[in-house]
Write a new protein. Sequence first.
Length: 91
Amino acid sequence: MKTTMVNISLQKDLMAALDAVAMAESRTRSELLREAARQYIERYRRWEAVCRLAAQTATQHGIRASDVATEIAAHRAQRHTRRFHANSNRG
């Protein structure tokens, strides 16, 4: 596989942490950064798939974003009320 050289800027503390991990794992900076990039891309792709599935499911069930926000607010209010009553019953 062909490789391309890139230059990146890192803060000194991040570079020190990168070097420490690379040394601890007997790997090069490049190996570590390649692995980090692969993992980030995979996580990004999984998140995109989750978002697509959520959008499809919401469309199938006629759920709007405002419906979700309303349900979250209601759940939080209900939790708050339960906590308030539990604390006030303690005396």
